[in-house]
Design a protein around this ligand. Sequence first.
Ligand code: SF4
Length: 397
Amino acid sequence: MPQTKSPQTKMPQTTMTEPTIRDSRLEPVARKVLAGERLRPDDGLALFRTKDLLALGWLANFVREKRYGDICYFNVNRHINPTNVCVAHCRLCAFGRSPDAPGAYTYALDDVYQRAAQGVSEGATEFHIVGGLHPSLTFEHYLEMIRGLKQRFPQVHLKVFTMVEIGYFARLTKLSPRDVLLRLKEAGVDSMPGGGAEIFNPRVRKVICDHKTSGRLWLDIARTAHQIGLRSNATMLYGHIETYEERVEHLTLLRELQDETGGFVTYIPLAFHPENTALSHLPKPTGWDDLKSIAVARLMLDNFDHIKAYWIMLTPPVAQIALRFGADDIDGTVIEEKIYHDAGATTPQHMTRAELERLIRAAGRVPFERDTLYRPVDRSKLPPAGPRPDVTLTLNV
Ligand code: SF4
């Protein structure tokens, strides 16, 4: 699997002095980080357990600045969620609904194309498409959607369907996940998002998403995708019932698969939003946990190029601070976000390119517009953004 090289940018010399460490358990880990050695799972645990957040952040920022200096990546993208009808009923989810439940929707293909056209009018270089596991939409319907998008917007990268959706299509069609992936790739899918990984450990999955693809199958499908040339992202949903040990196990499994395939592009820790879910009695993760999850990922996932602070979930202020705790990417303009807003996210549903750039600059970083695979975007070679088309919604429930 060829690795996509990040753009060669002149990096400033790191002139950081060593951190003041107040937690003696961090000292051996810090020595490894400064020497560029791989951390072991028990090092990861020490990082999660420490109360010395500033030392942890310093170490993660050290690694981040060594790789990227002050650069912070972002992209101009458009999220499209074609349906929220879902048979899985995960307890962690506020988005999925039964077909006859209030608020259930399924877009007709023309609605999907209209939303895509709106994204293009705003300069999107990527469509990020994920949805529920619909009981009656056929796999052929989804292939038609992909072909239709590719035909209408050939310049836009299609980052489409999680490993969970691929597992579901395989069950529906009785094809192997490999054949499902090959058919999607042939139709025009360019890469895949990283959702649905949650926490791989079966104890946790049994409680939060019992009917969903297992952690083992998620990893197998990601491996297969990488083997056929589809790169993907990876995520971890933190802040519900999982232990630190289970987080470290999750990161270690991702790191092992990345050693094998090199197919992951970016890792994105996702903060659990309990509102409107069957787990609404749980408290939200705190800003402390958000920053820790970014920093530990930067230190443990030494073979991942990019760690993303997803501003939609973290809030823009925490995402800004995360750019000093190991994150080198802040995600995109998004335009319409449903999944976390159904779970009570109060962040805006989109940001303009100018707003994102301002957010990054205000955090003392240098904005760098990338495409999905982190190649620089040359706006002079893209068709000019047009007027934003109205989106009138024809629900096909
Ligand atoms: S998390 Fe995904 S698979 Fe689970 S209920 Fe929600 S939409 Fe369905």
